[in-house]
Every structure is written in C-alpha cells, then in structure tokens.
Design a protein around this ligand. Structure first.
Ligand SMILES: O=C(O)CCC(=O)C(=O)O
Ligand SMILES: [Fe+2]
Length: 330
C-alpha cells in the first residue's frame, strides 16, 4: 500500500500548467548558508553575570534575527532521537490510514499534506504533517510508542518554551507571570513534519514561506537541512546543528514586544535526494487571551488569539495564504 501522499494525482493540473512556465522553475532562488546565533542556555544556571549575558544574547538574536539556536537546553538527546524514530514510523503507515478522519483518534484534519487551496507551485507544500493539539494527546491512540513519547516531549518542551519566553520578556517590562497566566500546556501544539524527497526540488517548497502564529516555536530537526529564513531581503539557510534546537519568534511575540522581536518569514525547500523530518512546538496562549503591546505608543491594536485565528482562516480562503500581523498595525 502506498505511503506517500498522491501529490501528482491531486495537483496534476498545477504540474501540467507549470511545465511550460520558466518563471516557476526559478522559484527557489539563490540563498546563502549562515550560522544562526548559537546560545548556550546552560549559562542561565551559572552566576548572575553569565545569566544576564545569556538573556541579552537571546534578546539580541530575537531582535536582529527573529531566530536562534540553543544548546544545553535540557531536553535529553535520547528523547529527541526517540521522538524522531516514532515520527518516522508513523509516517510509514499507508496513506489511506493516515488520511482517515479519526487517524490515531486525533481531531479531524490533524493529518495534512500539500495545500488544499494551492493554485500554483508557489502555493503548494511538498510535505505531510501531523498537527497535534497538546490537549488531544491524552485521547490519542498509542501507536508503537508515539503517544507516550509525544507526551514526554510535550511536557519538557513546554517548560523550555515558557522559560525562554519569560527570559525574553525580562527587559520588556512584561510581568513575570504573563506566560504562566495566559498559556497552558494544552493551549500549545506540536507539528510533526515529513518532507518526502522531491523529484522537482528546484521548483518546490517543502513548506511555503510563512510566519508562525505563536509566541515562539521550538524546532527539532534532522541533519538534512532545508529550513531557510528571510534576512535583509535574502534567503538564508539554517545549517543543522545536531546538538541544537532552533527557536523562532512568532507573530504574537512580535505584537506583544511592540515590534522589538521579529516574527520572520521562513520556508523549507524541497530536497531531491533525501526525505527530511522536523518537529515544531508552537507555544501559544489560550484562545481568549488578548495580546496587547507591552509599550506605548502601541504599534498594534489589541486582538485575541481567537480573532487572529479567524482572520487567518478568512485570509487563506481569500488569498490562498496568511496575511499575518501587519493587518493589526495601527
Ligand atoms: O521544518 C522546519 O524546519 C520548519 C517547519 C515550520 O516552519 C513549521 O512547521 O511552521
Ligand atoms: Fe514555521
């Protein structure tokens, strides 16, 4: 039984119409490979001087890059390997199983692939994903050891995300309990991504360019590479570091920090030879949480997570993509 999503069958019209369009083949343009700022967050546990320096390094990276990598993050390598191992196994299931409505007893549309609204190669993602709300994990079927591993990981990565969010808030005048008050482990989600190798890699994205909607995202990735971020108008590849997790600022932290921290557009490019796996943890507030800039004059108007989500859904329907935080500028 086929395990791969039927990209060609479903998007036949797009592939046919783009076959003659030279413009499309230049889609994945030139990029350079740069090392992201690398932060040893083990320093948070040293003396006050090292701790302060570490916090400032992260705040600078969040301001200048919107992205950084962390080492000595406290999540055991063994757990990250186990998570990837379970992830590989679940995606090896037949496509028909994965696309069943109640796959693993998760909510509808937890398994996603391609982009149902794609109208061109530019808007099509050559990937499949399991998008799991943390609140649904307890009801999830155990498949090999997937559920229990996700449970273990979600608990640890949530503590890490909260710590990072709090440290980044330190110089912004945001009260210390802000994230504890507005985020709960069940308001966040985990997205397990698989990027199959792609015969048309130069024409395809693994994930189309986007910003993340949350406060911050923590990404664990394998060694294949392909994640790129936009920096000063140019695409930069994130060189995988086996010891590091990637952290990026999402739209909510950009609004909360009144534009100081940047929610940066990123994408994944497809790879002709290798498949790639990543797991992204989206640190989110509860639906009712109202996000308001931390300083005056506010660049953004107040909005709730619920309102933001509804706006994304409208934008995706109307334009095929997310418009993002710029719509909330005053
Ligand atoms: O696969 C990656 O490295 C990044 C994934 C990502 O950007 C996302 O899931 O939002
Ligand atoms: Fe993302």
């Amino acid at each position: 039984m086929a395990t791969e999503p039927p990209f060609f069958e479903k998007y036949k019209a797009i592939f046919q119409s783009s076959a003659n369009e030279k413009e499309e083949s230049a889609m994945v343009d030139v990029f350079e490979e740069l090392e992201l700022p690398l932060v040893d967050i083990g320093h948070l546990n040293l003396g006050p001087f090292e701790r302060q320096e570490c916090i400032e390094t992260m705040a600078r990276a969040a301001t200048e890059w919107g992205f950084f990598q962390i080492v000595n993050h406290g999540i055991p390598e063994e757990l990250l390997n186990r998570l990837e191992h379970e992830q590989v196994k679940v995606f090896q299931q037949p496509f028909d199983n994965k696309s069943e409505e109640n796959f693993l007893n998760l909510s509808v549309q937890s398994y996603r692939w391609g982009n149902p609204l794609a109208t061109s190669l530019r808007t099509l993602s050559w990937s499949e994903a399991l998008h799991i709300s943390i609140k649904d994990i307890s009801e999830m079927d155990e498949y090999n050891n997937l559920r229990s591993t996700i449970e273990e990981y979600a608990e640890k990565v949530n503590v890490l995300a909260q710590r990072l969010a709090e440290h980044l808030a330190q110089n912004l005048g945001i009260r210390a309990s802000y994230f504890r008050d507005n985020c709960s482990p069940s308001s966040s989600s985990l997205r397990m991504n698989r990027y199959p190798s792609c015969p048309y890699s130069s024409m395809m994205f693994g994930i189309i360019p986007h910003t993340d909607t949350d406060f911050l995202t923590i990404v664990s990735q394998d060694q294949v590479g392909g994640l790129q971020l936009k920096r000063d108008g140019r695409w930069v590849s994130v060189k995988p570091n086996p010891k590091a997790l990637v952290v990026n600022i999402g739209d909510f932290y950009q609004a909360l920090s009144n534009g100081k921290y940047k929610s940066i557009t990123h994408r994944v490019i497809a790879n002709q030879e290798s498949e790639r796996y990543s797991a992204a943890y989206f640190y989110c507030p509860t639906y009712e949480t109202v996000i308001e800039s931390c300083s005056r004059p506010s660049l953004y108007r107040k909005f709730s997570f619920k309102e933001y989500r509804e706006q994304i859904q409208k934008d995706v329907k109307a334009t095929g993509g997310k418009v993002g935080i710029s719509q909330f500028l005053l």
